[in-house]
Design a protein around this ligand. Structure first.
Ligand code: B3K
Ligand code: ZN
Length: 891
């Protein structure tokens, strides 16, 4: 039983599982034939397994351990012989059989209760629909099985259910047979020709609207594409279908990867813990990442749908055809697939804007995670509950590692490495090491040092100093790296860090750094491999301005003593769009941190003209890329400002940022208004095109500034009214601005929004989130009221994320209210949630775990709530136990 977290008998505390303990499975399951009988009160699962001893296992053991949780065992047959209770051992985690032969059949019948499954793991019911979620360890909640990713089997699945309520019965692969039974029941049999691990199993039963389309692959095969959505929502699947077809084409072009089954199905489900799941041939999605129409979905929703549909589709190769040996290798599929979906979105939309958003995400979520009590390497060494490791580190830092690998190898060799990886490991369950080895083999590049990125936690800090020797026309950059200690890793090694860079002259022209075939090279990659290194550039005619870490070529914090003038200059002139934005962020950050200090020392706030002037400059320029411009006009978030401070002072950060926003609005109101009017489409009609998205994002950014000033409410209100029923991007932008202001129009707008959209669950989520994010002082009171509103349901993850998640993660001033009521509220919620859905509880508790970052009083209050959680509930889930104990450990 070593592979599953088991209770330590003496302490009864959940114990960790270690990577170093990995062992190949003693038995393999070649085939599994499943029969599901779905009834209202229970489901019968009959599973027929064909097993054999694994030749690769050097264990002498003849013991078979099958995982199983919350199952009612009905019967077991070994090679057709019914076993009695003395023939096996049964615990609440496993079924153990001793002295097994080398080849045998096992037939296991279990009874499960999907309608009681509020954890949404395994087989459960969402409204009238049955669906599954098996990653990471949900299959063991369906039947006894070796529920680990290195056991690959061929699945056949037969589903039986009442035909009138469940006309559609789906599983992985292709439907091969179906028929009718007595009592209005029917059945369908599915066969998946590809071997797969149990976490990729899926089953769906229900009644849906269906959108169907075709895709012809690069080799000319015709694939049927089907998207199933709740009845009545058939008009909201077009964008998902468009996204799927784009993703399929892109993977053929970018990686030569073709789809391998004849059908690709997506089912949208309203109760779902995460975004979506890449089950073979039968993706199951949170409705949030499928449903969209202009009236109900924003530009950001459209963009997210594109990338999540892409993500799950790309998993078919990076995850399904080649899967993970064990869950410590999770980033092998997740980091890689995030990297693939990021590149896809960059190609489809805007490379610069998408990169900016990725970096914002890293800085606001991954960097703090890496600096906090839950810090872990991209390939962790141990875990108590694997569901806690679907993190920004495993996903997003993992993706950054691949991006760096691509930078180090160059695009051509990287692609060759991917080809080799897929060819070499198709149909296998492998490790991150196998992946890196493929990259080394095609390139001949030694990635020994680079591998440390996978095993070392923490964000490296790069310090850069430069000097220019005018006489010898030599420019030097001295770069040092340091990674601070993290829990369990006191000493850090130097990493291989690729730094993409260029030099600009005083007029903003790129300077040649070297020659390549007689052509000047103005953009290059420096390889930092030591703690400190000097990079020298010859024949530099004048003191240059360096543009470093272009396109964010490594997930690091870069410190360089730029003057304000340098940053203003780069904001206007850098040829790297990402670094133009970055210069603005650096400038604003320094400015606001200065104001924070002023305010803490009771000095009055004053904003120099330079900052609004920088905005004015870009606003008055030829506005080619409006989407990018909208990003350039955004201030660093409160979260990101806080991350720069020793002690996060939420109140002062909020005051200062609001002050700066207000000043900018005041000083630039004329140009904001002109830009708004110029880009506002009075018809309010919506189209998903880059030009339209750019226009909307830009004018809504202008609107958000204008709405801070008295006298502009009318514009916002008008936009709200015109767009409420036809353009959610515009309606939401206006409503967000109104929701932060204590004006009479606020309540009326919120009410009419709800009345208009109360029948659409995803729009109601927006309504909840907007109120939960409000900076007005009575927000917690409002949230408590909303908890009792007909619109709220603690069992639905989307509702919880919208109301409780938004409050904890995007409303620092109110969540961190000095009286501690925000903390107490979150603890109450997490306590209740843990009994229903541990995965959601463990996500929601995260804001409390950062207690060390706040002042002494807040630290006390936050810790108190964590202690309460730990002690008030004797039966804390493994999920919550791990997060809470790790975060308290630092005392
Ligand atoms: N692989 C799933 C995540 C499963 C999470 C389980 N707690 C979605 C994805 O990353 O594509
Ligand atoms: Zn994924």
């Amino acid at each position: 039983m070593s592979e599953s977290a088991v209770m330590n008998q003496s302490t009864s505390e959940p114990q960790p599982i270690y990577l170093k303990d990995y062992q190949v499975p003693v038995y393999l399951i070649d085939e599994i034939d499943l029969h599901f009988d779905l009834f209202d009160d229970y489901t019968l699962v009959k599973s027929h397994l064909r097993l054999r001893h694994n030749r690769l296992s050097d264990s002498k053991s003849k013991t078979l351990v099958l995982n199983g949780v919350d199952l009612q065992l009905e019967s077991i047959k070994l090679d057709g012989r019914l076993l009695s209770e003395t023939d096996y051992q049964l615990s609440d985690q496993a079924l153990v059989l001793q002295d097994m032969p080398d080849n045998f059949d096992l037939e296991v019948v279990t009874r499960i209760f999907p309608h009681k499954n509020t954890a949404l793991s395994g087989l459960y019911r969402s409204a009238g629909t049955y669906c599954t979620q098996c990653e990471a360890e949900g299959f063991r909640r369906i039947t006894y099985f070796q529920d680990k990713p290195d056991v690959l089997s061929r699945y056949t699945t037969t589903i039986t259910a009442e035909e009138s309520r469940f006309p559609i019965l789906l599983s992985n692969g292709n439907p091969v047979e179906s028929g009718k039974l007595e009592n209005g029941r029917h059945w369908v049999k599915w066969e998946d020709p590809f071997n797969k691990p149990s976490y990729l199993f899926a089953l769906v039963a229900g009644d849906f609207d269906l959108l169907e389309d075709k895709f012809v692959t690069m080799s000319g095969r015709e694939i049927t594409l089907r998207i199933y959505v709740e009845k009545g929502y058939g008009d909201q699947a077009d964008h998902a279908m468009y996204s799927l077809k784009q993703a399929m084409r892109w993977d053929e072009k970018a990686y030569g990867r073709e789809y391998d089954l004849d059908i690709y199905m997506i089912v949208a489900i309203g109760d779902f813990n995460m975004g979506a799941m890449e089950n073979k041939g039968l993706n199951i999605f949170n409705t949030k990442y499928v449903l969209a129409k202009p009236e109900t979905a924003t530009d950001d929703d459209y963009i997210h749908i594109l990338s999540v549909i892409g993500h799950e589709y790309f998993h078919n190769w990076s995850g399904n055809r080649v899967t993970c040996r064990d869950w410590f290798q999770l980033s092998l599929k997740e980091g890689l697939t995030i990297f693939r979906d990021q590149t896809f979105s960059e190609d489809m939309l805007s490379p610069a804007v998408m990169r900016i958003r990725e970096v914002n995400g890293l800085r606001e979520v991954q960097f703090p995670e890496d600096a906090g009590p839950l810090s872990h390497p991209v390939r962790p060494d141990s875990y108590i509950e694997i569901n806690n490791f679907y993190t920004a580190t495993v996903y997003n830092k993992g993706a950054e590692i691949l991006r760096m690998m691509q930078t180090i190898l160059g695009k051509t060799l990287f692609r060759k490495g991917m080809d080799l990886y897929f060819a070499r490991h198709d149909g296998q369950a492998v490790t991150i090491e196998d992946y890196v080895k493929a990259m080394e083999d095609v390139s001949g590049i030694d990635l020994r040092q680079f591998r440390t990125w996978y095993t070392q936690a923490g964000t490296p800090v790069l310090k850069v100093e430069d000097d220019y020797d005018a006489e010898n026309r030599v420019y030097r950059l001295t770069v040092t790296q340091q990674t601070l200690p993290t829990p369990d890793q006191p000493v850090k090694k130097a990493l291989h860090i690729p730094i993409r860079m260029g030099l600009l002259d005083q007029q903003g022209r790129p300077l040649p750094l070297s020659l390549d075939n007689g052509q000047p090279v103005t953009d290059t990659v420096l390889h930092l491999t030591s703690t400190s290194q000097v990079f020298q550039f010859d024949n530099i005619p004048c003191a240059p301005i360096p543009s470093l870490l272009r396109n964010f070529s490594a997930p690091v914090k870069l410190e360089l003593g730029y003057s304000d003038q340098d940053l203003q200059f780069l904001f206007k002139h850098d040829t790297d769009a990402f670094n133009r934005w970055e210069a603005g962020q650096k400038y604003a950050l320094r400015l606001m941190l200065g104001l924070v200090r002023d305010h803490q020392h009771d000095k009055g706030l004053a904003l120099p003209d330079e900052y609004p002037d920088m905005f004015g400059h870009v606003l008055r320029q030829e506005q080619e890329d409006k989407f990018l411009l909208a990003e350039m006009l955004m201030l660093p978030s409160e979260k990101y400002i806080g991350e720069q401070m020793e002690v996060i002072d939420v109140d002062v950060i909020h005051t200062v940022r609001e002050y700066v926003l207000h000043e900018i609005a005041q000083r630039l109101q004329k140009v904001f208004l002109e830009t708004y009017q110029h880009n506002h489409d009075v018809s309010g009609l919506y189209q998903f095109s880059m030009a339209d998205i750019g226009r909307r994002q830009l004018k809504n950014r202008c609107l958000s500034y204008l709405m801070l000033l008295p006298g502009y409410e009318e514009i916002g209100l008008q936009q709200f009214e015109v767009s409420l029923k036809k353009n959610m991007t515009d309606a939401q932008a206006a409503l967000v601005a109104l929701a932060n202001r204590n004006i009479p129009a606020r309540t009326a707008a919120l009410d009419s929004f709800y009345q208009t959209w109360k029948h659409d669950a995803l729009v109601v989520d927006k309504w909840l989130a907007i109120q939960a994010a409000s900076k007005l002082p009575d927000t917690l009171h409002v949230i408590r009221k909303l908890m009792r509103h007909e619109a709220f349901d603690l069992k639905n993850p989307n509702k919880v994320y919208a109301l409780i998640g938004t409050f904890g993660q995007r409303n620092a001033v109110n969540f961190h209210s000095k009286n501690g009521e925000g903390y107490a509220f979150l603890r109450e919620m997490v306590h209740q949630l843990d009994k229903l859905n541990p995965q959601v509880a463990s996500r929601m508790v995260k804001p409390l775990t950062a207690w060390k970052r706040y002042d002494k009083e807040r630290q006390e209050l936050m810790r108190e709530q964590l202690e309460l959680l730990l002690h008030e509930n004797k039966k804390l889930s493994r999920d919550l136990f791990e997060v809470v104990t790790k975060s308290l450990k630092e005392v």
